[in-house]
Design a protein around this ligand. Structure first.
Ligand SMILES: Nc1ncnc2c1ncn2[C@@H]1O[C@H](COP(=O)(O)OP(=O)(O)OP(=O)(O)O)[C@@H](O)[C@H]1O
Ligand SMILES: Nc1ncnc2c1ncn2[C@@H]1O[C@H](COP(=O)(O)OP(=O)(O)OP(=O)(O)O)[C@@H](O)[C@H]1O
Ligand SMILES: [Mg+2]
Ligand SMILES: [Mg+2]
Lengths: 255, 255
């Protein structure tokens, strides 16, 4: 049975999609069969891969009954990595989309029909604690919380942790914290160091792995590829995702 | 009659709350009476001012009938700047809050009761095109679109512009584009320069003002104040908000 991981943060622009994409690639290169699901109504994963929103059918069509789950899953150039994109969505329909994905059991049913073919399912979610994120947390085994090392992102962390507890206490007793992953880390800069110290000192589950702030991410975004796919030798940042994949697998195996 | 400005972006973490807060201060210092409304369920404005979510009553209490609009507005240390905070909101109730704020006419009614006391109303919104943002656009005269100068933020811009047109064509014919405001600009770095060139070359309404990427914002965030309130002489970044305020006023007067 596939393990389902929800990649989430209350704060926006902290690196959720970047981690979802690059972690999926790193897990796949370690031999795992991975399904990456784009739950963000803005289609973050598609945008990161520079595919316009007019392209593929996806979750939107499945939720509205116009396609079967297996028809919406697409292969990628990496053997073993499949993608369930957002699908064609008029941006005026975002409120309807959010209600459809949050409807009781809808997402769990879609992913249930696909789980047998994969070892891991990764959900990329939009910022916030609205309906898409709540739907994903209800249909997940693990929550990977992304924490940008800036004061504002740290302040909203306790709201998210409270929701994880509440979801576990109500609709999904199997939900566990995979860890708190620090992103955009700049240990040479005091504000970032201060946030790391607050994380280590004040929160359980802070991961060993971190994602440094690095120009290579903007370069990868402008080319529309994960960092591992950039030309030339593997960058130190892409290696970071290898060690993150190892840490994730270790935690899942201890599950 | 106060002019209502919705500060919005599809993408997260691009500087919406930072601009909302610092622009409100700059407009107020130019003699305007300003109401800053926090529509973000995470309470971004409160977080930026380092006030926990247990503190103040606000929009949540007004929408649920537990307080009158005028009771929820609070003064700040700056004469002429008032705040309508998010209010006390259990993060598990975010889906209900989003539906309540989006209910037909709800927000317009709350702001309608307050407008006579102000020259300007500024809405800070969460990332995305969900219910809080749609509610704000329906009850606004202007949309100020925040565009981080990174490839990912630019790709989602056309979805937002389509929504502005649709809102104008359906529920709010008076909605106008105030402008596209580039943030986190780093003209010494190629990806940022490339995005600026795409903005100037491909979009109408790009503002003269820009907000540079600068350490002072992280410093202000960790102290929980707008940049204009940091100790010492006014930073060049705080001055940028003065010139942004001038540009905003000029556009409004032409409107
Ligand atoms: N470690 C990093 N160092 C530098 N830039 C990064 C890093 N991670 C992500 N970025 C850049 O920061 C921006 C935001 O990243 P991303 O879109 O992954 O965040 P997100 O949390 O998914 O945002 P949203 O809330 O809009 O979904 C992108 O332009 C991306 O290229
Ligand atoms: N011009 C800037 N230069 C450097 N850092 C900035 C700048 N503007 C904002 N920041 C920092 O970037 C982070 C995100 O800013 P902010 O919270 O204002 O964005 P937002 O769009 O409101 O995010 P959200 O989508 O979560 O509401 C904060 O830590 C803030 O201090
Ligand atoms: Mg994203
Ligand atoms: Mg904000």
């Amino acid at each position: 049975m596939a393990q389902r991981i929800c990649i989430t943060s209350q704060k926006g622009g902290v690196g959720k999609t970047t981690v979802a994409l690059n972690l999926a690639v790193a897990l796949c290169e370690r031999g795992k069969r991975v399904l990456l699901v784009d739950l963000d109504p803005q289609g973050g994963v598609g945008l990161a891969l520079a595919r316009g929103d007019t392209a593929l059918i996806g979750l939107t069509e499945v939720l509205t009954g116009r396609a079967r789950p297996e028809d919406a899953v697409m292969a990628t150039r990496l053997e073993g990595l499949s993608l369930l994109p957002r699908g064609r969505l008029d941006p005026m329909d975002v409120p309807h989309y959010e209600q459809a994905v949050f409807a009781a059991g809808a997402l769990a049913k879609v992913i249930g029909a696909l789980q047998s073919k994969f070892d891991l399912v990764l959900y990329d979610t939009p910022a916030g604690l609205g309906m898409p994120t709540r739907a994903a947390l209800s249909a997940s085994d693990w929550a990977l919380v992304i924490v940008q090392t800036e004061a504002l992102a740290l302040r909203s962390l306790s709201q998210l942790l409270r929701v994880l507890e509440q979801v576990r206490a109500t609709v999904n007793p199997g939900l566990k914290l995979l860890g708190l992953l620090p992103t955009m880390v700049e240990l040479r800069k005091e504000p970032s160091r201060e946030v790391m110290e607050e994380l280590w000192g004040g929160f359980a589950g802070v991961m060993e792995s971190t994602v440094p702030r690095a120009e290579v991410f903007a370069a990868a975004s402008s080319r529309g590829v994960p960092v591992a796919f950039l030309e030339g030798p593997l960058s130190p940042e892409a290696r970071r995702f290898e060690s993150l994949a190892v840490e994730v697998e270790t935690t899942l195996n201890q599950g």
